[in-house]
Write a protein that binds this ligand. Structure first.
Ligand SMILES: NC(=O)c1ccc[n+]([C@@H]2O[C@H](COP(=O)([O-])OP(=O)(O)OC[C@H]3O[C@@H](n4cnc5c(N)ncnc54)[C@H](OP(=O)(O)O)[C@@H]3O)[C@@H](O)[C@H]2O)c1
Length: 333
C-alpha cells in the first residue's frame, strides 16, 4: 500500500518547443516511477542545479515533464525495505533525483531505498534542507581537505561564492572548527552577515578575478571553491606549498585557464567534488556528521522560506548569481 494519494500538488517543468513551461499543477501518483520508499515531502531547497533544470538552456533536466528539486526531506509513508521505518524522518538527494527522476518539489515522492538517508536525531527536516545539497557539498569539501591533512593551524583558508549555498555553509563549518576563514564575495553589502558566520576577512570578487602571474605570493593553506571561472586560477597560484582546493562548482564560469606551476613547483592539489554519485553509506555517514561535529553555525537562520507557488523567483535568482544564503521550500504542512 502506497499511502500516496491519487493526485497531489507538484511544481513541474516541461519543455515546450524551445521554452520550459513551469508551475504548480496536479500530479498523478500513477505517473511516479516505481520505488521502495514513499515519502510525504515536508521540505526541499533551491540549488543552482534546480535553477538550471527549469531553463531551456540549462542542460540539466533529462526527462520532461520533470518535477525538479535535487533534494527533499520528509516522513516515510510506506517502505518495502525493513531498514527504513514507516513514520521516520528521512532525506534524499543526489543520484538522478530532480534531474532524470522526479524530485523534491512535490507533496509526495517515491524513491529507491538505496537513496534514503535516515535523519540523525537533532536534525529536523527543515534543518536538513537548510543544509541541502549545497551544504552537503561544503561538508564533503572540508572532509576532503582534512583527509589530505589540513588543520586549523596550517594557515588561512579561502571560501569563494561566500554568499551562496556551498560557500556560506563551508564558511560556517570551517569557522566553527577553528579555521581562520576568508570569504570572497561579489556582494560587499553582505560583509557583515559573512563576518557573523565566521569570516575573519573579506576579499572582493574583483581581487580574485584579476589577471595574475603564474605564481603569486603564497597565502592560503586551503580553499573551498564553488565558483570556478577566473577565481580558481587565482586560488591555485596563491595556495601555499602543499595546499589544496576542493572545487565543486562553476557559478563564475566553466573554463579553467591556469599553468602547471602551482602543481609542479608548489605541490598543490586540485580536489574535484561531485556530490551526485556518493555511495549511500558514505552519504549517510556524512549526514550524521552534519548533525553533530559538522553542524553549521546558526543553522536554519540564514534561509528564506518559500512555497511551491513562489519558486519561479528563487530559481531565476540562483542562476543569475543573486543568492543570499539559501532558500528552503515548504512543501507539505
Ligand atoms: N559538484 C557538486 O556536487 C555540486 C553540489 C552543489 C553545488 N555545485 C555547484 O556549486 C556552485 C554553487 O552552488 P550554490 O548552490 O552554492 O549556488 P549559489 O547559492 O547561487 O552560490 C553561488 C555563489 O557564487 C557567487 N557567484 C555567482 N555568480 C558568480 C560569477 N559570475 N562570478 C563569480 N562568483 C559568482 C555568488 O557569491 P558571491 O556573490 O558571494 O561571490 C553566489 O552566491 C554551482 O556551480 C553548483 O552547480 C556543485
Amino acid at each position: 500500500m502506497s499511502g500516496i494519494p491519487a493526485h497531489f500538488r507538484a511544481y513541474v517543468a516541461e519543455k515546450a518547443d524551445d521554452r520550459v513551461e513551469r508551475g504548480v499543477r496536479s500530479f498523478a501518483e500513477a505517473d511516479l516511477p516505481p520505488g521502495d520508499v514513499d515519502i510525504r515531502v515536508e521540505w526541499s531547497s533551491v540549488n543552482y542545479k534546480d535553477g538550471l533544470a527549469t531553463r531551456a538552456d540549462g542542460k540539466v533536466a533529462r526527462i520532461s515533464p520533470l518535477i525538479p528539486g535535487i533534494d527533499l526531506a520528509g516522513t516515510v509513508l510506506a517502505s518495502t525495505d525493513p531498514s527504513i521505518d514507516v513514520g521516520s524522518p528521512v532525506l534524499a538527494h543526489g543520484y538522478d533525483l530532480g534531474v532524470a527522476r522526479h524530485g523534491g518539489y512535490a507533496e509526495y515522492q517515491r524513491v529507491p531505498a538505496g537513496w534514503v538517508v535516515p535523519l540523525a536525531p537533532g536534525l529536523s527536516t527543515r534543518e536538513a534542507m537548510a543544509i541541502g545539497t549545497a551544504g552537503f557539498t561544503a561538508a564533503m569539501s572540508l572532509v576532503a581537505l582534512e583527509d589530505r591533512g589540513l588543520q586549523p593551524d596550517d594557515g588561512p583558508v579561502l571560501v569563494t561564492g561566500a554568499s551562496g549555498g556551498v560557500g556560506g555553509t563551508a564558511l560556517a563549518i570551517l569557522a566553527d572548527r577553528g579555521y581562520e576563514v576568508w570569504a570572497v564575495t561579489g556582494k560587499p553589502e553582505d560583509a557583515e552577515r559573512l563576518r557573523s558566520l565566521g569570516a575573519a576577512g573579506i576579499l572582493s570578487r574583483d581581487e580574485v578575478t584579476a589577471e595574475g602571474r603564474p605564481l603569486d605570493a603564497e597565502r592560503w593553506a586551503g580553499a573551498v571553491d564553488a565558483v570556478g571561472g577566473a577565481t580558481l586560477p587565482y586560488i591555485l597560484r596563491t595556495l601555499r606549498h602543499g595546499g589544496a582546493v576542493a572545487a565543486s562548482g562553476n557559478a563564475g564560469g566553466a573554463k579553467l585557464e591556469t599553468t602547471v606551476f602551482p602543481f609542479i613547483l608548489r605541490g598543490v592539489a586540485l580536489l574535484g567534488m561531485d556530490s551526485v554519485p556518493v555511495p549511500i553509506a558514505r552519504r549517510r555517514a556524512l549526514w550524521d556528521r552534519l548533525a553533530t561535529d559538522l553542524r553549521p553555525r546558526e543553522l536554519g537562520s540564514h534561509v528564506t522560506e518559500v512555497s511551491l507557488d513562489e519558486l519561479d523567483g528563487p530559481l531565476d535568482a540562483i542562476v543569475s548569481g543573486s543568492a543570499r544564503g539559501r532558500w528552503v521550500v515548504r512543501v507539505g504542512g
